[in-house]
Design a protein around this ligand. Structure first.
Ligand code: UDP
Length: 365
């Protein structure tokens, strides 16, 4: 079959590779000047540091099949994401763990004591948390919510956490031990040569052709037997029902000598600090040495038509628009919408790979 793909991010790369190996001819159209979508990495010219151009990406998964898949195309270095948060004039450990609790409340609690202590702070009248705020109040109580989540989330999403679903906060664990690994997955790491090299290896197959700086138009669908579309689903339909809501990010790049903040990611919980976090990318490559350092202040704001969409905004009360677009998409015979923008879901890289492998397996030529 003659198959086209819109976008050279992880979704289309994985599907393209799987289908190329089955003998299909794959033509990929990528509007940007590079492959790998938002996990694109490149060396910063001034410092030589490998920069995650669209913000920090840490590969983590519980799925051994996905981990093995990623390791087939990249050599992974051990990496554990340990995030810090500056809030109310102090620095704490994230995700909320026993060190965070003891330092925040000036206590020396044991795990069991901390559990009882937090339960005494938590709003146990919330039995089935629906919103982000309810989830926070139920599991950590108001003090920790205000310090770590309320301001950060307002900055990140531009919305009151009452309007956001509990699922956003459920991404983060709360631990009553000193484990400060941000993720609870069995496998975690960072590709030695960056994500773009990994995606390049996935795409390196004689049946795959990639056109950079080439957008894909709906009118091209007729030229192919099937199309996998990883652009925005509302964009595909020329925004006929209106625009779906996204957050975009602005990164302000800065340089320093040596070590700027001592860790890869420092979150800022206070609403008064305009950025959500600062990431210092040389700390993502712990095996490299660089004299200078480059870091990025990260600002979140509403996505305007000419901005790059990052986070789909899924509200607690749902979104009629996305339902309309998904209905329309379901009626397409030879177009499959994939990935974060094609399905309007915030997906981690491992889920993208898993879904792409499943889609490839189900694809009937
Ligand atoms: N969050 C927060 N404070 C933090 C980190 C995260 O309030 O210091 C909230 C925020 O709403 C975020 C969500 O928890 O969107 C999930 O966090 P995660 O780190 O998974 O977000 P990511 O940066 O991966 O999108």
């Amino acid at each position: 079959m003659n198959i086209a793909m819109a976008g050279a991010g992880l979704s289309c790369a994985v599907i393209g590779r799987e289908l190329a190996e089955k003998g299909h001819t794959i033509t990929i159209f990528e509007a940007r000047s590079h492959i790998a979508g938002n996990c694109h990495t490149e060396r910063d010219e001034q410092t030589g540091v490998m920069v995650h151009a669209y913000g920090p990406h840490i590969f983590h998964t519980d799925n051994e099949e996905v981990w093995n898949y990623a390791n087939r195309y990249a050599k992974f270095q051990p990496y554990t994401n340990r995030v810090k948060s500056t809030t109310q004039g102090r620095v704490y450990s994230l995700p909320i763990n026993l060190l965070t609790i003891n330092q925040f409340f000036g206590e020396t609690l044991s795990p069991d004591e901390a559990k009882s202590f937090i339960e005494s702070k938590a709003d146990m009248s919330i039995t089935d948390p629906q919103s982000f705020e309810e989830q926070a109040l139920r599991f950590v109580g108001n003090d920790l919510y205000e310090a770590f989540f309320k301001g950060y989330t307002k900055k990140q999403w531009g919305l009151d956490p009452k309007k956001l679903p509990a699922s956003i906060l459920k991404r983060l664990p709360v631990r009553f031990n000193y484990d400060d690994n941000y993720f609870s997955h069995r496998f975690q790491g960072m590709p030695l040569e960056g994500y773009t090299a990994m995606v390049a290896n996935i795409l390196d197959h004689p049946n795959i052709t990639v056109h950079l700086n080439s957008g894909f138009e709906r009118s091209q669908v007729a030229d192919y037997d099937h199309v996998f579309y990883s652009g925005t689903i509302d964009g595909y339909y020329d925004y006929e029902f209106g625009r779906l809501p996204y957050r975009t990010l602005d990164f302000v790049k800065k340089y320093a000598e040596g070590d700027f903040q001592g860790c890869a990611v420092m979150n800022y919980g206070d609403e008064a600090v305009p950025y959500t976090r600062i990431s210092e990318h040389k700390h993502f490559a712990t095996w490299e040495e660089h004299e200078k350092t480059v870091y990025f202040e990260e600002y979140s704001r509403e996505c305007e038509p000419t901005d790059i969409p990052y986070y789909p905004i899924n509200l607690l009360e749902g979104n009629e628009l996305i339902a309309k677009y998904k209905d329309k998409a379901a009626q397409e015979d030879n177009v499959t919408f994939v990935g974060r923008l094609g399905t309007f879901r915030y997906l981690d890289m491992d889920v993208i790979i898993k879904e792409a492998l499943d889609i490839s397996l189900c694809f009937k030529a």
